[in-house]
Design a protein around this ligand. Structure first.
Ligand SMILES: [Zn+2]
Length: 237
């Protein structure tokens, strides 16, 4: 706020230190935490001063890219944590506890919502659903790797040995192996992503629970229209 400090401002400065006489309504902006002297706006349950309201309306769509990036990073973090959790519980208990996928849907959904600064909308809903399913797939990735390794061991131990013997020069193979690693990871991810469907009808309950998790992620990120209302006058006395 840019008003020259008058008697009201001084009064509120003292009020900040807790000496406000009872009866004086102390209106503080939720965004800049400065006292509001004349009029204020509301955004949901929050009070905004007129300067912050203007700033918010200007920034409204200017920072969409930053919000999306935040949502992707936060959602990805939650998805990785969820995948590790589910995989860990599965390894420790030996049970497929599908209900964890609902918790993952809620966790990833909330992380994406946080990243979007509570905005929601179809793009964030799709992102949350994708990341939730990616967490489900991620949880099966170690199993896919194990299965491939077992198969390679059983089928042709000689072939891998001769392939290693024919290895390319170091520099070339480093770049090739980085690219190869990405391709391999993508392939492993794709195999893990279809894993829940491989059991067919016997895993129908597992699939339903996964669907619930995806639904939670979708629901949490519905577009939230929060209206700014005002101006309202600050009442003194
Ligand atoms: Zn403010």
């Amino acid at each position: 706020m840019s008003e020259t400090p008058g008697t009201d401002a001084l009064q509120f400065e003292r009020a900040d230190f807790g000496s406000a006489p009872s009866g004086v309504q102390n209106v503080v902006c939720a965004s800049c935490h400065r006292p509001v002297l004349q009029s204020y706006y509301t955004l949901g349950d929050n009070i905004l001063c007129s300067a912050c309201r203007e700033e918010r309306e200007r920034a409204g769509d200017a920072w969409g890219g930053v919000r999306l990036l935040r949502a992707i990073l936060a959602g990805f973090g939650a998805a990785v944590a969820g995948a590790v959790l589910w995989w860990g519980v599965r390894k420790l208990t030996g049970y497929e506890i599908g209900i964890i996928s609902i918790a993952i849907g809620i966790g990833v959904g909330r992380a994406v919502l946080w990243g979007s600064r509570n905005r929601g909308g179809v793009a964030y809903q799709l992102l949350a659903v994708f990341l939730t399913y990616a967490a489900v797939a991620g949880n099966y990735m170690p199993d896919v790797v194990e299965a491939i390794r077992d198969q390679a061991k059983n089928e042709k131990p000689a072939a891998t040995a001769s392939a290693a013997a024919k290895a390319k020069p170091v520099e070339a193979s480093a770049a090739a192996s980085a690219g190869g690693l990405l391709v391999a990871l993508a392939a492993i991810f794709a195999l893990a992503a279809i894993a829940p469907f491989m059991a067919g009808a016997s895993n129908i309950i597992g699939l339903l629970i996964i669907a619930f998790g995806l639904w939670e992620a979708w629901k949490i990120n519905r577009r939230r229209v929060v209206e700014i209302r005002g101006p309202f006058a600050v009442t003194h006395g």
